[in-house]
Design a protein around this ligand. Structure first.
Ligand code: GLY
Length: 379
């Protein structure tokens, strides 16, 4: 598609969001929709930052003050959340505080946002495990059954890089670098698919085994996990300049692209390349953003290849998943999957299957923004 089509899709997304402001300013959106409609939610779970991030992207595109006001209202909620320790005993401080508060700080210099995001960075650092050199994703710190990192966490690290820049304190960056190195050493398999999670020995820190939490089975590539890997490697290169990150970016991205069905909307796990399994549109949006984030650092031939792939993913999302009619959905991107049970992985209850989810909406907007503007990223 041409720039004009991407701009039109972004215009549509902003118009749909404008309709949502009354319902979702004091309240946030639920993580996923129910029958394609989000419900109001408190500021809980790992997903509310995406709602605020969408408002910042909409504000950048339209300069409509209503978006800025809504986003700043939500920034106050994020300060309240971190100061009161509401649902912050996990590693997803980056997902929560980068698109909301770091974005607010970068765009407006808002001091409440800066304070909230620095508190969130401090909170994230408490999850760093010296033995193993990683940020423990979930659960009681040090507990054997949760002594692991997850691939998604690569997107939490920009919060730490930003905190080091703002405070001048190297500790945040050192933790991010250590976690990145441990992730790079353990998450990518020889065939370039990725583990969702990886366990370490809590007494020695030795690497133990890969496993999945949301994928089809331990040995498969959960589509969104692979997409976090694509974007995560692009960010790792941006922040470290380590050329090994480019190598891993190529590997995980080419694997992702090689497992896409004809219509380019990935199945929820890359085990599947055809059939009736649900799709995860959010994985397409995340991976495409990661490709565009890496493009400026590649030689022309490769840059052209990944830009073309990102455009093809964007075209597929616009054609097959984008909401255009508010009567159909109050989200932006249909056909995502939050979590899906499988015969090999009974852990997650089915949740948000063939629904919108807030991160899918956010990364769809980020993708359209990247395709239409010289965007200074929030991450
Ligand atoms: N970061 C959690 C997920 O992608 O579902």
């Amino acid at each position: 598609m041409k720039q004009a089509a991407y701009r039109a899709a972004l215009d549509t997304a902003c118009a749909l969001l404008r309709n949502n402001l009354a319902a979702f300013t004091e309240n946030f959106q639920s993580s996923n929709s129910e029958h394609n409609f989000y419900l109001p939610s408190e500021n809980v779970e790992w997903t509310t930052g995406f709602c605020t991030g969408e408002y910042w992207l909409a504000w950048e595109h339209t300069r409509d003050d209503a978006f800025e006001q809504a986003a700043l209202t939500q920034v106050n909620s994020f300060l309240h959340r971190i100061e009161n320790g509401i649902d912050v005993d996990h590693h997803d401080m980056g997902f929560l505080y980068v698109p909301s508060c770091v974005a607010a700080y970068k765009l407006t210099g808002n001091e409440t946002a800066q304070k909230a995001a620095l508190l969130a960075a401090d909170r994230l650092c408490t999850r760093f495990q010296e033995k193993g050199q990683f940020l423990q994703a979930w659960g009681t710190l040090g507990a054997k059954d949760n002594y692991r990192l997850i691939i998604d966490c690569l997107l939490n690290l920009p919060l730490l890089y930003w905190a080091s820049e703002v405070t001048g304190q190297p500790r945040y960056r050192e933790i991010a670098l250590a976690h990145t190195a441990t992730s790079m050493a353990n998450l990518v398999r020889p065939d370039h698919s990725t583990y969702h999670t990886f366990f370490f020995d809590s007494e020695t820190g030795a690497p133990l085994r890969g496993s999945t939490q949301q994928g089809y089975r331990d040995g498969s590539a959960w589509a969104r996990g692979q997409a976090w890997g694509v974007y995560g490697m692009a960010l790792a290169y941006f922040y470290t300049g380590n050329t090994k990150c480019i190598e891993l970016f190529r590997e995980v991205t080419d694997y992702f692209l090689s497992r896409l069905p004809e219509d380019y909307i990935p199945y929820w796990d890359l085990t599947f390349v055809d059939g009736d399994e649900p799709r995860d549109s959010s994985a397409a949006a995340i991976a495409a953003c990661g490709m565009l984030a890496m493009v400026p650092y590649l030689e022309k031939t490769e840059a052209d290849k990944y830009r073309a792939a990102a455009e093809k993913l964007a075209d597929a999302l616009i054609s097959h998943c984008a909401v255009t009619d508010p009567a159909v959905s109050n989200g932006l991107l249909l056909h995502g999957v939050y979590a899906k049970n499988s015969p090999y992985n009974p852990i997650p209850a089915d949740r948000g299957v063939d629904e919108c989810n807030t991160w899918g909406d956010y990364f769809y907007m980020e993708l359209l923004t990247r395709l239409t503007a010289d965007w200074q990223m929030y991450w």
